[in-house]
Design a binder for this molecule. Structure first.
Ligand code: FE2
Length: 385
C-alpha cells in the first residue's frame, strides 16, 4: 500500500445490480449483451432472501440480484430506486487493512470485515458507502477463480493467506453455466456517478481522500452545455489509471432540466449513471449488439459530415460509423470510438457506453454537444425537459 493506492485496490471485482426480475434481466444480458452465466444463488442453493445470477464476459463480471421477500434491504432499495447499481465491488490486497484505512480516511461503514466461506474456501468481506445508496465492497482472497489483477506489480510477495477461494465465483454461489454469444466486451473502462447539485466536489474529495484517487480531467458547464442539458463533471482516477470514476452534477441550463437532474428525480438519489464497456473492435461489437436488439442513441446525420475536419484521418470508413451510429473524438494521443445505449430499464436511469480506444485517453468531449441534443430529444419525448 502506498499514497497512490492507500487501500491496496487490485481491480473492480464485479458490479452488482438490484433488479425487479433477475431471471428476465439475466436473459437480456446474455442474449442482448453476449454475457455468459457462470454462477447462481437462490432457493436451490439455500439462499432464502434473494436470487442472484453472475454474468461474465472476458474481464467484466455483473451480478443481477432480486429480493425474494419484502424484509430485505434489496427490496427497499428496489422500491425506491428501481433497477440500478447497488455495489461497485473491489478486490483488495487485504480487506481488513483496506477497510480500516478507508474508515480512518473518512469512509462511512456499511459492513465491518467478516469471513464468508463455503466448501470451496473462504474470503474476507467488508463494505463502505459511497454516493446515494451505492456501496463499495472490499473483498480479499487468493486463488481467485477468474482473471488477473489489472494493477500489475501490486501482488508481488504476498504472504500465504487463510483466505483462499476456488469456487465458481464467491462463497454461496453454485456453478451454473449457460454460454452467451460473446460480442467482444472486454473490460470496464469507467463507471459514472450522478450526484446532487453542489455535491460533485464533495464526492471527488471522497475519492481523493478515502481511495487516494486524483483528478484526471475536469469538464465544466462551458464544455458540457446545450440549450438545456448542462452538467459538470470531474473524472477521478486511481494512480495506475485502471479505475476511473467520473462524477457528474447537474448545472443550470437555459430553462430546461439537466439530464443529470432527470436521472436523480427518477433514481430518487445519486447513483450510477452509466457503465462504460471497452471493446477491441467496436464495429463488430456494436453490429452484434444492434442485431441482438440493444437500442442506442443516434445523432443527426450532419454529425458525420463534420468528422474529417474535426478529427482528421481515422482507420474506419465514415459510412460504417454512420450506419452504426458510432461517435468519434480525438485528443493529443489518438482517438476513440463510442456509442451510448438508451436506458436499459423503464425509468430514465442507468445506461451503457460501448467504446474502443485508439490511443485516446479522453471521454469524448467533442461529442458531448451532439450527444446531448439527442438526449434532450429523448427527455422531451418523456415530458421531462
Ligand atoms: Fe462515459
Amino acid at each position: 500500500m502506498n499514497e497512490k493506492n492507500p487501500l491496496g485496490l487490485k481491480k473492480i471485482h464485479h458490479v452488482e445490480f438490484f433488479v425487479g426480475n433477475a431471471k428476465q434481466a439475466e436473459f437480456y444480458y446474455r442474449n442482448a449483451f453476449g454475457f455468459s452465466r457462470v454462477a447462481y444463488s437462490g432457493l436451490e442453493t439455500g439462499n432464502r432472501d434473494a436470487t442472484s445470477y453472475v454474468l461474465r464476459q472476458n474481464r467484466v463480471n455483473f451480478i443481477l440480484t432480486t429480493p425474494l421477500h419484502e424484509k430485505t434491504f434489496a427490496s427497499e432499495h428496489l422500491k425506491i430506486h428501481g433497477d440500478g447499481v447497488r455495489d461497485i465491488a473491489f478486490q483488495v490486497e487485504d480487506c481488513d487493512y483496506a477497510f480500516n484505512e478507508a474508515v480512518k480516511r473518512g469512509a462511512k461503514v456499511f459492513q465491518e470485515p467478516r469471513d464468508i466461506s463455503d466448501e470451496n474456501g473462504k474470503i474476507r468481506y467488508a463494505a463502505i458507502h459511497t454516493y446515494g445508496d451505492t456501496i463499495h465492497s472490499l473483498i480479499s482472497y487468493q486463488g481467485n477463480a477468474y482473471g488477473k489483477s489489472v494493477s500489475s506489480g501490486s501482488m508481488a510477495a504476498q504472504p500465504a493467506s487463510e483466505y483462499v477461494y476456488n469456487g465458481a465465483f464467491l462463497p454461496h454461489f453454485a456453478p451454473s453455466e449457460i454460454k452467451g454469444k460473446e460480442v467482444g466486451i472486454q473490460l470496464i473502462d469507467h463507471i459514472v456517478g450522478n450526484v446532487e447539485l453542489g455535491k460533485m466536489n464533495h464526492w471527488a474529495d471522497f475519492y481523493s481522500n478515502v481511495l487516494g484517487f486524483h483528478r484526471y480531467i475536469t469538464f465544466d458547464d462551458k464544455d458540457i452545455s446545450t440549450e438545456y442539458s448542462a452538467l459538470m463533471s470531474i473524472v477521478m482516477s486511481d494512480g495506475g489509471h485502471n479505475i476511473k470514476f467520473p462524477i457528474n452534477e447537474p448545472a443550470e441550463g437555459k430553462g430546461g432540466k439537466s439530464q443529470i437532474q432527470e436521472y436523480i428525480d427518477y433514481y430518487k438519489s445519486a447513483g450510477v449513471q452509466h457503465v462504460a464497456l471497452l471493446c477491441k473492435d467496436i464495429l463488430k461489437t456494436v453490429d452484434k449488439l444492434q442485431k441482438n436488439g440493444v437500442e442506442f442513441l443516434r445523432v443527426p446525420d450532419e454529425y458525420y459530415e463534420e468528422i474529417p475536419e474535426r478529427v482528421g484521418e481515422i482507420d474506419e470508413n465514415i459510412e460504417d460509423l454512420k450506419r452504426l451510429g458510432l461517435l468519434v473524438d480525438r485528443d493529443d494521443e489518438g482517438y476513440l470510438l463510442q456509442i451510448f445505449t438508451k436506458p436499459v430499464e423503464d425509468r430514465p436511469t442507468v445506461f451503457y457506453e460501448i467504446l474502443q480506444r485508439k490511443g485516446c485517453k479522453g471521454f469524448g468531449k467533442g461529442n458531448f454537444k451532439a450527444l446531448f441534443v439527442s438526449i434532450e430529444e429523448e427527455q422531451r419525448r418523456r415530458g421531462n425537459l
